[in-house]
Design a protein around this ligand. Structure first.
Ligand SMILES: [Zn+2]
Ligand SMILES: [Zn+2]
Length: 291
């Protein structure tokens, strides 16, 4: 790629009205073109074995792929557009490694955990507000935060082990809610041992980790937490900055701050999709002139 035109304007974690995004897919693509993005990927929430308000149904998948194909063609001269999906690791039967997902003609896949099994009441969405999370903890998880955190990382580790995806989505997102219940969580040895083990396993499997900026403007955190950026560097884990946008206005949210934070942690490159291949691209210093 010509480094003179390098703007690091890319995003591969983006929702739309096929799932819980708040605008049609084309609106996100138009916003990306208007803002000068060079490469953009859409990653609607993949179907689960049951209906939710935030995932696609299997019958939505063919029209979703058709719509991306139509827009790829329509805007081919203006932007590289890619088809992705954010796929949940739910259990052994529903996760990125199953043949249904492997056989979909996608350009890339994000693997995420949003839901955990409760002690007795079935599957609970833990990707909720911190206040709601604090209510769920005693209601469904026996008020045992350490156990819940361990269950979360057990699921993520199993997802990484099974594979079938390219990017680990918001790698430690639950830590924000868990820290609300236990403010010194990220200082605790057992937690940091868990995180080290997790990222070492991700590195071993050669997966990419996104720096998810969805909550940066409102809550001031990246996922994974900025504290672990030096660890990503130490383990040579390829990273990319994704905004997890649900609104077209948010596609660029927190991107420059994340790139700057990566640079400060000694990471000089991010992954971008160009010509259908992931490549390492330098983080452009001129991005920070006015920041
Ligand atoms: Zn997610
Ligand atoms: Zn998402």
């Amino acid at each position: 790629m010509n480094t003179n035109t390098n703007t690091n304007l890319t995003n591969y974690h983006s929702h739309c009205s096929f799932c819980d995004g708040r605008a049609p897919l084309e609106d996100f693509v138009k916003a990306a073109i208007e803002q000068g993005f060079t490469s953009y990927g859409v990653s609607s929430h993949a179907p689960l074995p049951f209906s939710t308000r935030w995932t696609m149904e299997r019958e939505d998948v063919p029209p979703y792929l058709e719509e991306i194909a139509r827009l790829k063609q329509k805007y081919a001269a203006e932007i590289e557009l890619y088809s992705g999906m954010e796929i949940d690791y739910l259990d052994e039967d529903s996760n990125p490694s199953i043949s249904y997902f492997r056989e979909l003609p996608l350009d890339y896949r994000i693997g995420s955990v949003h839901m955990l099994e409760s002690l007795e009441d079935g599957i609970i969405d833990i990707d909720v507000s911190k206040e709601r999370f604090r209510v769920l903890l005693p209601l469904y998880f026996g008020n045992d935060l350490q156990k819940l955190v361990n269950t979360y990382y057990d699921k993520l580790m199993r997802m990484v082990e099974l594979g079938g995806f390219d990017i680990v989505g918001h790698a430690d997102k639950m830590s924000y809610n868990a820290s609300y219940c236990q403010p010194d969580l990220l200082e605790q040895d057992w937690y940091n041992r868990r995180i080290h083990e997790y990222f070492a396993f991700i590195a071993e499997r050669g997966l990419m980790v996104e720096i998810n900026t969805k909550a940066y403007q409102t809550m001031g955190v990246f996922f994974p937490n900025i504290k672990y950026f030096p660890l990503l560097k130490e383990l040579h884990i390829p990273v990319l900055v994704n905004s997890d946008a649900h609104f077209p206005a948010k596609i660029n949210s927190g991107r420059t701050d994340a790139l700057k934070a990566l640079k400060e942690a000694g990471i000089d490159e991010v992954m971008e999709l160009h010509g259908g291949k992931w490549e390492e691209v330098c983080i452009c210093d001129t991005l920070f002139v006015n920041h």
